[in-house]
Design a protein around this ligand. Structure first.
Ligand SMILES: [Zn+2]
Length: 292
């Protein structure tokens, strides 16, 4: 049994872990979510996570399981709006002379492309990107690694909650930043009872709320400049909603209907207010960290 990923204190059973695939059952061999006795962070038993299998999962299975990371018109809108908001945070808190931007796990590249538009002279790098993020852009997004002290900006968008050692990851981010550089973090806001943002728990290993994220950030050699909830309102789960979602999941399997549903979802996302700014009922938690 592991101890807390933030403060190394003992964990207590909180609830069952909700899996979506057999692939992830082979990665997380526990079946529970625990809460830290001291800092309250919800998390899996990381001693029972197979690190090698986890790496393989992100390489091969992640975007094929359920709705995780699939690129539809609705998710395109969603990612683009989120990228705009994160780029806005960089403009507000970052150093004036931004030359090197790094994103850990860049997804389809939306965040880096939004930053590239704000800072056309800056280099854009990531350790991992899906699909053809550079399509039509002359290979603007390059490959790189953390930990060189050269980056003005490091982005971790929905990344922290996938790591068995989030403090270790943030220490590497700190090493990677030059003095005055900023790290922008976004994770799901996992308020108790909230409708799960990605359906089931999988593939998240930690479940942050504002106080538990703050406690983790205090362990890292970076100054927390901002920490707030943002994005569209979360909805608290209830039985009727769960039933509706189950019905929708079935309808999505019908080819003719799935096109209609996807177009409607895209319109709904397009109609959402901007993702920037604070919203205490927002589905995201955002943090800005600065290296002094
Ligand atoms: Zn703890």
């Amino acid at each position: 049994m592991s101890t807390c990923v933030t403060c190394s204190r003992p964990l207590r059973f909180q609830r069952r872990y909700v899996f979506e695939s057999d692939a992830f059952r082979r990665i997380y061999k526990g079946r529970e979510v625990y809460r830290c006795e001291a800092c309250n962070l919800s998390q899996v038993d990381t001693a029972r996570v197979d690190d090698a299998a986890l790496t393989g999962y992100y390489r091969e299975d992640y975007r094929n399981v359920g709705s995780a990371g699939q690129l539809t018109e609705a998710t395109q809108h969603w990612y683009a709006k989120r990228a705009e908001a994160l780029a806005g945070l960089v403009a507000e808190h970052g150093p004036p002379d931004i030359a090197a931007i790094f994103e850990v796990g860049a997804g389809y590249g939306h965040n880096l492309r939004a930053l590239g538009e704000l800072y056309p002279a800056a280099t854009l790098e990531t350790d991992e990107v899906s699909g053809d993020a550079n399509a039509g852009r002359d290979g603007a997004i390059g490959r790189g690694e953390l930990g060189t002290g050269k980056h003005d900006v490091v982005i971790l968008s929905h990344v922290l909650e996938h790591f068995t050692d989030p403090v270790g990851l943030l220490e590497r981010v700190a090493q990677s930043l030059r003095p005055g550089g900023v790290a922008i973090i976004e994770v799901p806001n996992d308020i108790d009872g909230i409708e799960r943002l990605n359906g089931p728990d999988e593939p998240h290993l930690t479940f942050f709320e504002q106080p538990t994220l703050r406690a983790l950030l205090e362990r890292v050699p970076l100054e927390t400049r901002a920490l707030f909830a943002a994005g569209p309102d979360y909805t608290v789960s209830d039985t009727r909603r769960a039933l509706r979602q189950a019905v929708r999941a079935v309808l999505y399997r019908v080819p003719v209907l799935s096109g209609v549903l996807r177009r409607r979802a895209a319109r709904n996302v397009a109609a959402l207010p901007e993702f920037a700014g604070e919203n205490p009922r927002g589905v995201f938690l955002r943090a800005v960290l600065r290296k002094s």
